[in-house]
Design a protein around this ligand. Structure first.
Ligand code: AMP
Ligand code: MG
Length: 422
């Protein structure tokens, strides 16, 4: 649906775009490479966790009934008949009544044991490393049945699904995979995203600036964004504003098996905007004018069946439209189901204005007690890279709103949280 001015709303453009993407196929990788990846298959436990009954404390394994009457004034004395360090084989012989086994955290419990007395509740002054256990130990407290005992399967039971397909691997999932001995795991493969810069004015990062030239910053920014959201960036370089050059570079993107081709610039209404022409001849193109600021012109289509997204050339527009459109497409291909950007309500510290298009203003959002506040990073020109280097958020002025006063609250997309490391 287009708005009265003939422009697509951001929401409608996003819906049309996302309809063209599906999660990619799976691949099997080593668990240590799985951080941030999406599980393609459920993880089912083949063993119990913990795998055996063990102690949660350094202390003495006992029969709770033996020490029911123990107190500091009238300690119960037990004979120490075993010494069980972590890593020991589970003892085969049951603990005899009236005796105790010195046991360390994580060590297997002998049969017959139903509680562990922490060392602090005994007269065994914590002995130096390697010292043998005493012949007898005096117990100063009674202990509840099952105290300080970790039962097999209390965390995970063999046979249960511990992680469903679609679950994202975070550090905690790494711990689970390692505990279960899953050193190989099926995940959705990473999307390969080709990045093409277009423009006669562009030179590579290390080249000197001849008059009239600027360095290609978009391919660096876009490659970093692709990486941030879990894709593999493939920079295919700079194409001057000529049909043959753009066609040749798009061919290079296809040769690298891209799942998505991103270009920047050359999709506007300028006299040398040739990208549209090439995409139309090699595939198809929908040119969208989206009711947003920055980044009104956006091209979406396909080149020989590979989705193509033509972003605006101005650095801020390219990065903001990436966040809005390319980011969720990459996340969807990666198998993620949550595509939303984290956002918070932020109270404006200054008045902001807009021309009525949905506007993404660069801002510093900070937590002040229970609320977040937002201050713009200065000039909002879409060529001003500093407006983004100084920002940690995009404050969104909804479509149709032209002025929002200081003290009012708008939603802010968090690019980075104030507490984040970088
Ligand atoms: P265009 O969309 O081609 O009209 O470009 C819009 C603006 O973005 C112009 O000022 C371009 O010089 C600038 N621009 C285009 N591509 C890049 C790029 N890769 N890096 C930095 N600026 C660019
Ligand atoms: Mg241009």
């Amino acid at each position: 649906m287009t708005t009265s001015d003939g422009l697509l709303s951001v929401g409608d453009a996003l819906e049309r775009l996302l309809a063209e993407f599906r999660p990619l196929e799976s691949e099997v990788i080593h668990a240590d490479l799985a951080l941030g990846r999406v599980l393609a298959k459920a993880i089912v436990a083949l063993i119990d966790l913990p795998p055996f009954a063990n102690s949660s404390m350094d202390g003495y394994a006992v029969r709770a009934a033996d020490v029911a009457a123990a107190s500091a004034e009238a300690p119960v004395t037990l004979t120490v008949t075993a010494d069980i360090p972590a890593g020991a084989r589970p003892p085969a012989i049951a603990l005899a009544p009236g005796s105790a086994a010195r046991i360390m955290t994580g060590a297997p419990l002998p049969p017959g044991v139903d509680a562990v007395i922490p060392i602090e509740a005994t007269d065994d002054a914590r002995s130096s490393a390697g010292a043998p256990p005493p012949a007898k130990v005096r117990i100063l407290n009674p202990v509840a049945l099952g105290a300080n005992v970790r039962l097999p399967g209390e965390d995970v039971r063999a046979g249960v699904e511990v992680l469903p397909a679609g679950h994202v691997v975070r550090p905690a999932e790494m711990a689970m995979l390692a505990s279960l001995g899953r050193n190989e795991v099926a995940v959705i493969r990473k999307p390969r995203v080709a990045i093409l810069s277009t423009g006669d004015e562009l030179v590579e990062i290390a080249e000197p600036l001849a008059p009239g030239k600027i360095r290609d910053s978009n391919s660096y920014a876009l490659a970093a964004l692709v990486q941030t959201y879990g894709g593999t960036p493939i920079r295919v370089g700079i194409a001057p504003d000529r049909v043959a050059a753009v066609r040749e570079r798009l061919g290079a993107a296809l040769a690298q098996s891209a799942d998505l081709i991103l270009s920047s610039a050359g999709v506007s209404v300028g006299a040398f905007d040739v990208v549209k022409t090439v995409v139309q001849s090699e595939g198809s193109l929908d040119f969208w004018r989206v009711r947003m600021r920055p980044g009104k012109p956006l091209a979406f289509g396909q080149v020989r069946g590979v989705p193509f997204l033509g972003l605006p050339g101005n650095p801020v527009s390219a990065m903001v439209t990436f966040e809005i459109f390319a980011r969720p497409a990459i996340l969807k291909m990666s198998g993620r189901s949550s595509l939303a950007k984290p956002q918070v309500p932020a109270r404006l510290l200054e008045e902001v204005s807009s021309d009525g298009r949905e506007s993404y203003l660069r801002a510093v959002v900070q937590r002040e007690g229970a609320v977040y506040t937002a201050r713009l990073t200065g000039g909002q020109g879409s060529n001003l890279i500093t407006s983004l280097t100084r920002a940690n958020a995009l404050v969104i002025v909804p479509a149709g709103v032209t002025r929002v006063r200081a003290g009012e609250t708008l939603m802010a997309w968090m690019l980075h949280w104030p507490e984040q490391v970088f």
